[in-house]
Design a binder for this molecule. Structure first.
Ligand code: HXC
Length: 294
């Protein structure tokens, strides 16, 4: 779809770039010639992703173990990139956290675990990069990975819906505030693109997101290359006047059902079902936490 070397000269940080959607986006950017920084909490996962991507596409993939909930650590990471390699040209806000839960059962810690990653952490990264672009008079492009429930809301994932909706508003607000500096901000609102992290936490014990395809006008889930292509289009040169937009890529899903429709069937879960789901999500969280170095 894109010509070889399209992103040559671009220098892009992808948060949450070790796994899932972030890894896929990083892979396509690297393939198209960009230099990459991938950040995440698990150093070994980042290193193994960097090795895998390098062996496939060559190029340059740098890693940073960081927890984006820590504003000082985020600022230090961005400063280090600037010091060691000069200014970035692009940022992909992809790092996120989420799990399904009846909202009445959430503890303050549970709410904060998600809001601190998605809402606060994404702001920290965007500001740390943006303020350096402004100070150095560099142009830049931010692409944030949101979700269609920024438009519709969604039951059972309320901390995520609230936080992502905040980032949707950040995208619009900063597009205006930073437009005069040549900085643009856009966002992608994907429907279901199944990944391990999302499937294990949002559809534990079920047939995965494929179970929801009957509700989608195109009767399928997303294909990773479709998301990679949109993320590339938004990062490439040639449409710099495009800013402040959140583009849904979901086969028309949210227009047809409201993206909350994907989780409405959770109304049927009993207390015992929720107990089981929580245990499965906890197993996944524990597995991930064991590998964290930041
Ligand atoms: C209720 C839960 C819970 C659950 C955790 N908590 N899981 N509460 N139900 N299933 C509560 C804990 O009890 C605890 O509160 C608090 O959350 C913090 O839990 P920790 O496990 O200690 O948190 P932490 O290790 O910081 O992990 C953060 C996380 C985790 C968000 C909980 O899931 C994570 O790191 N996720 C990153 C990857 C991810 O989520 N990927 C999916 C993104 S999908 P107490 O009070 O007990 O201390 C996505 C959109 C998909 O964003 C869109 C599809 C259409």
């Amino acid at each position: 779809m894109f010509k070889e070397g399209l992103l040559k000269g671009k220098r892009i940080l992808v948060t949450g770039g070790g796994t899932g959607l972030g890894k896929e986006i990083a892979a396509r950017y690297l393939e198209l010639g960009a230099e990459l920084w991938i950040a995440g909490r698990r150093g070994a996962v980042l290193d193994s992703t960097a090795k895998e991507l390098f062996s496939k596409y060559k190029g340059k993939v740098n890693t940073h173990a960081v927890d984006i909930r820590d504003a000082a650590a985020v600022d230090a990471m961005v400063q280090r990139i600037w010091d060691e390699a000069g200014p970035l040209t692009g940022l992909v806000n992809n790092a996120a956290g989420n799990f399904i839960s009846p909202t009445k059962d959430l503890t303050a810690n549970g709410f904060n675990a998600i809001a601190n990653i998605v809402f606060h952490g994404t702001f920290y990264v965007t500001q740390a990069v943006g303020k350096r672009w402004i100070a150095g008079k560099h142009k830049g492009s931010v692409v944030s990975i949101l979700v269609t429930w920024v438009h519709t809301g969604s039951p059972y994932v309320v901390p995520s819906a609230m936080s992502k909706a905040g980032l949707h508003v950040m995208t619009k607000s900063l597009a205006v505030e930073w437009g005069r500096f040549g900085i643009r901000l856009n966002a992608i609102a994907p429907g279901p693109f199944p990944t391990e992290g999302a499937t294990k936490r949002l559809r534990p014990g079920s047939g995965g997101f494929e179970d929801t395809t009957h509700m989608n006008p195109m009767r399928r889930v997303g294909r990773m290359e479709e998301l990679q292509n949109l993320a590339t289009f938004l990062m490439a040169d040639g449409c710099e006047w495009l800013t402040g937009e959140t583009i849904a890529i979901d086969g028309g899903g949210y227009l047809a059902t409201g993206s909350g429709g994907y989780f409405l069937q959770l109304d049927k879960m009993s207390d015992a079902d929720w107990e089981k789901a929580r245990a499965m999500i906890k197993a996944q969280n524990d597995k991930d936490r064991a590998g964290r170095t930041a």
